[in-house]
Design a protein around this ligand. Sequence first.
Ligand SMILES: *Cc1c(COP(=O)(O)O)cnc(C)c1O
Length: 224
Amino acid sequence: MTTIPEKIAALRSDIQKYSPHPGRVRIVAVSKKQPLDKIQAAVDAGILDIGENRIQDALDKFAQRPFPGVTRHFIGQLQTNKAIKCLQNFDWLHSLQTEKLARIIADSDNRIHCLIEVNISGETNKSGLEPEALRSFVQTVREYRGLDIRGLMGMAAFTADETAIRASFALLRELAASCRDLETEHVRLRELSMGMTNDYTLALEEGATMIRIGTGLFGPRSNE
Ligand SMILES: *Cc1c(COP(=O)(O)O)cnc(C)c1O
């Protein structure tokens, strides 16, 4: 059986192997529905970033084990009524996609680094802005002082078709590049959060700066 430190070492060597800029890549260990002892083992083995997708589950976890020094990423859909809790307890939000939420964040005293989620799956009814809507969204929210936008997040379709997955990741990279002219001090699109357990090597090749790895690091989640 591969241990968590061994899995982290394997991920790090894949980053070296597949990424054009390995020094810019971080592993976000997706700890949702994983026991605290496994998360602790990952942190002890050098993991610096953890990702959660439900506010209440995350707060229950952090109350028991705050993992000091570890950067917290919120990667799930965020309801506006939970936005403040998220801002108070997380360092990064990967799923910004509404002006309403952008406004709440901009008006809050808490600072959080945001990624705009884009639907790169080619499927309708998936979360994220449609690619065609990104530019006007950026044009709108760049006027909101107090926001700190750092990049884009996307999920490829759940398919075995590597060509399609790669095209989705390339699209996210190209979308970020196509909005570079809109960058300001508080809107920069340098981070690309893309790639999960099943497709992270493709995401790395296409320029990911954050890969979000859950089962590939911790094993199967509880209740799934
Ligand atoms: C659960 C989740 C992941 C991790 O998925 P794995 O396949 O377990 O690596 C990554 N990103 C998001 C947004 C998730 O919800």
